[in-house]
Design a binder for this molecule. Structure first.
Ligand code: GLU
Length: 471
């Protein structure tokens, strides 16, 4: 019995300087598809445009992949490094008669196109060299063109778009190898995908037209085509193609906004793919559920509110230690100072009362101020307003009462409630100066949680500090 072939997917970004959110989503789809099927997920950098393909631009893609947690199999493939192999295939096609030498100089082709445009005729260039026998060839530089079918249709069976038909009389004999010996993009992609054993080409639907051209090369070579799956591009909230004016387009901008990678994977998976009504899921579920049938044909719209909700859900369910390391990488990515070991310990201890309502990692950090602060607390403006003379007096009394109280939630509650009562205050009125004293913020975890996390010594030091008028 024939073994079923291993699934091989890939992401083949051109280095542009950033990893676009659309590229990240394409990478995720390919990764999910391969990981759910015991297959391989490969990474190829399409670095043939030498001007743009700087080491930094390539690194930007690798950084994006690593941040998103999308691991690839094997070495990163450089398309540029495979130039000779691309040329070899073009020459083989020449030898096999599925390609031909075209001696038409570039200027002649451009002049033809210009004239055609001016006269409103088709600009499709049909090379006069297609059927000229070798004996009549000049000794001059030539490009290698595909001898594409002139009649009939090229049909693509696309797992997302369905059957897509292209009329062959609308397609020219594409150049595969330029007269300077360099391969064109169209040839390079096919040769690389074939050599890498790619079984599924899952990519943006801006490549659908290319699929027709690429299929012609596969067919001319007698190579098995991959399963094509062209996914609709991501649109902005207004339904127009995503661009800078909609907000962040680079995946690392989302990293700097403080979305945890797990949340980003969940959100990006839902951007164009669905599994019933499931909105919130983890990697294991996404890997188990992902298939090409769940990819929609309508472009998905970026929705920051949804992303925040997904992010909040992930933060609330992440393990404390995992969140501490997510915070550490967030600080590094946003070029902020790292946490000391003591801060990490306090953050971990406080995590239980921080993670429930934070939507992003900076939200979490803001709420964690009370635990991270080193030295005396400097209240921000809102918090400082709660520290009037009356409140200071109460804080002084409380400091004395708490000196010997047992440091448990029940006792703390009893002491604070009694203090509020004795001054005829609602507890909320007492909470504001306590927050100012303990966190220096008017938004913080509950007063009890903060006191329990900080312990008696630090809590009382902060109350004492806040009780004494500042000079
Ligand atoms: N290099 C192409 C891009 O960055 C992708 C090519 C492909 O996936 O076939 O859009």
């Amino acid at each position: 019995m024939a073994e079923s072939p291993e699934i091989v997917t890939r992401i083949a970004p051109s280095p542009t300087g950033i990893m676009h959110i659309g590229t990240a989503r394409t990478a995720l789809f390919n990764w999910l598809f391969a990981r759910g099927r015991g297959g391989k997920f490969l990474l190829r950098i399409e670095d043939t445009d030498r001007a743009r393909s700087t080491p930094e631009a390539t690194e930007a893609i690798l950084d994006g992949m690593r941040w998103l947690g999308l691991d690839w199999d094997g070495e990163v493939v450089s398309q540029f490094a495979r130039l000779e192999r691309h040329a070899e295939v073009a020459h083989r096609m020449l030898a096999e008669g599925t390609a031909y030498k075209c001696f038409s100089p570039q200027e002649e082709i451009e002049a033809f196109r210009e004239a055609a445009r001016a006269e409103g005729r088709s600009t499709l260039f049909l090379s006069p060299w297609r059927d000229v026998p070798e004996a009549e060839h000049p000794d001059a530089p030539f490009a290698i063109r595909l001898k594409a079918p002139r009649v009939g249709e090229t049909v693509i069976e696309d797992a997302v778009q369905g059957t897509v038909t292209f009329r062959n009389d609308q397609l020219d004999d594409m150049v595969m190898l330029r007269s300077d010996g360099t391969p064109t993009y169209m040839l390079a992609v096919v040769v690389d995908d074939h050599d890498m054993g790619v079984t599924h080409a899952i990519r943006g639907d801006d490549h659908l037209n290319n699929a027709a051209r690429q299929a012609q090369i596969y067919r001319a070579m007698g190579w098995a085509e991959p399963v094509w799956a062209h996914i609709p591009l991501i649109h902005g909230p207004d339904g127009k193609k995503l661009s800078k004016r909609h907000g962040a387009t680079g995946v690392m901008e989302y990293a700097r906004m403080g979305f945890p990678p797990a949340a980003m994977r969940n959100y990006l998976a839902r951007l164009g793919w669905s599994h019933g009504d499931d909105e919130l899921f983890d990697d294991a579920q996404a890997i188990a559920w992902f298939d090409l049938g769940g990819i929609g044909r309508a472009p998905a719209r970026l929705d920051m509110k949804k992303l925040e909700n997904v992010s909040g859900w992930h933060i609330a369910r992440m393990a404390d230690a995992e969140l501490v390391s997510a915070i550490e990488s967030f600080l590094a990515i946003s070029e902020r100072p790292p946490l000391s070991q003591a801060q990490k310990d306090r953050l971990a201890a406080a995590m239980y009362c921080l993670k429930d309502r934070a939507k992003t990692l900076p939200d979490l950090l803001e709420k964690a101020q009370f635990a991270l602060a080193e030295g005396p607390i400097v209240p921000d403006e809102g918090a400082a307003a709660a520290l009037d003379d009356v409140s200071r007096g109460i804080l002084t009394e409380l400091t004395a009462q708490l000196q010997n109280a047992s440091w448990t939630r029940d006792t703390l509650e009893a002491v604070l409630t009694a203090a509020a009562d004795s001054h005829g205050l609602k507890f909320g009125k007492l909470a504001a100066p306590l927050r100012a004293a303990l966190a220096g913020r008017s938004v913080s975890p509950s007063v009890y949680d903060m006191m329990l996390v900080l312990g008696r010594e630090t809590s009382l030091a902060r109350l004492t500090d806040a009780a004494s008028p500042r000079g």
